[in-house]
Design a protein around this ligand. Structure first.
Ligand code: SF4
Ligand code: SF4
Length: 376
């Protein structure tokens, strides 16, 4: 195989070998797989579990899979689910009898750049602070990541504008870039010694200049197709200054307070605890469940909810993502995956609302709401 010089090229069966190698090391492999008309992240054992030849169409409040007519393994944008349920389960017993939750390290297969950035945000909030979430820490320990460059962004994606994609730049053991021109293959780069071992065992070929150029073209093309992005200059100050804007009532009148956006968001990590006890006093449990700033109970203090109106909850969500998160963690709380817009049943477009709140011109190609009138 010659002297190691990265990047290298893996054939399609080399990618299957990667899965086999991970499983051979005792790691459950979780990756994208089609289920009920969407793509989710769930356990996989082979390439046959991937949504081969599948693309997706995404728009505000709309998600559809479609046949691509080729054999691409990663020809779609971010799946419906992120990865957060693996490390921060939607529901887990903290005290009392419950399912055994001895965590085992897991291999994440096919992680997009935006979702890698979201994992890093969760690590900042739950691991790299004086108060560590011990359950999250145990589940995160030993995670192996096979990342994939996103070459098919959806119309809702804006990672390029936030510098969180489309090419993963850190946080992976192996990075793959799928190439379908002139032969189906993957440009591969290790990010850790483990990744280097995995690639060596999977069997690679040296990369030709045309492979490297094709991958660079694919990244440029994907970034160029993302025509939406928030303007970042002065964003935090604008949001802090917009607390009393009448527009919050306008978006609040459309928002259903269903919490869907926070559940699909890969960076949202709020939880609450519920205490339950059996009528005979023999069973008591404390359960941690995902919570959302869109519920009235979320801001309940003594006597009532601090944010009674839906308008105030929407304001809280967007202000946290793009302003207060920066004060808390030093980065934005958004990675540009677009899920909150795609999965909003009311079709509320996060970027359009940001643009409307700031009273700025939307980026080219964006649709925005100003005073209730959509403009092109
Ligand atoms: S706020 Fe929306 S676009 Fe940003 S990370 Fe969350 S789901 Fe993705
Ligand atoms: S913005 Fe959309 S997804 Fe979020 S709570 Fe409102 S209606 Fe639900």
């Amino acid at each position: 195989m010659g002297v190691r010089a990265y990047p290298v090229v893996l054939p399609v069966d080399g990618v299957q070998k990667l899965i086999d190698l991970l499983r051979g090391r005792g790691l459950p492999v979780v990756g994208p797989t089609p289920r009920d008309g969407v793509i989710v992240h769930a356990p996989i054992t082979s390439l046959a579990d991937l949504p081969t030849g599948t693309g997706d169409d995404q728009a505000p409040g709309r998600y559809r899979l479609r046949a691509r007519g080729d054999g691409a393994l990663f020809g779609y944008a971010v799946p419906a689910s992120s990865w957060k349920h693996l490390f921060l389960p939607p529901r887990e017993v903290l005290l009392g009898d419950g399912p055994a939750t001895d965590p085992v390290p897991v291999a994440l297969f096919g992680v997009r750049s935006c979702d890698l950035a979201a994992l890093d945000l969760h690590d900042r909030a739950l691991l790299r602070r004086p108060a560590v979430d011990v359950r999250y820490a145990r589940r995160r320990q030993g995670t192996v990541v096979v990342a994939v460059t996103c070459t098919e962004p959806s119309a809702m994606c804006f990672c390029a504008g936030l510098r969180t994609g489309p090419e993963p730049s850190a946080g992976y053991d192996v990075r793959l870039t799928e190439l379908t021109d002139g032969g189906h293959r993957f440009l591969a780069v290790p990010g850790t010694p483990l990744g280097e071992d995995l690639l060596a065992e999977a069997g690679w070929d040296p990369a030709a200049a045309r492979d490297v150029e094709a991958a660079a073209d694919a990244v440029r093309d994907a970034a160029g197709r993302m025509r939406r992005a928030p303007r970042l200059d002065g964003l935090r100050e604008d949001l802090y200054g917009a607390a009393d804007l009448p527009h919050w009532e306008q978006v609040g009148s459309r928002c259903l307070a269903c919490a869907g956006c926070t559940l699909v968001c890969p960076t949202c990590f709020c939880t609450t605890v519920e205490d339950t006890s059996g009528v005979r006093g023999e069973d008591a449990r404390r359960i941690r469940v995902w919570d959302s700033c869109f519920t009235a109970a979320f801001s309940y203090l003594h006597g009532g909810s601090v944010r009674e109106s839906i308008a105030s909850r929407y304001r809280q969500w967007i202000t946290h993502k793009f302003a207060t998160w920066t004060d808390q963690f030093g980065v934005l709380g958004c990675v540009g995956c677009g899920r909150c817009t795609t999965w909003c049943p009311a079709g509320i477009d996060l970027l359009a609302e940001l643009a409307a709140v700031r009273g700025l011109s939307a980026p080219p190609g964006d649709r925005r709401v100003t005073d209730g009138t959509e403009t092109g």
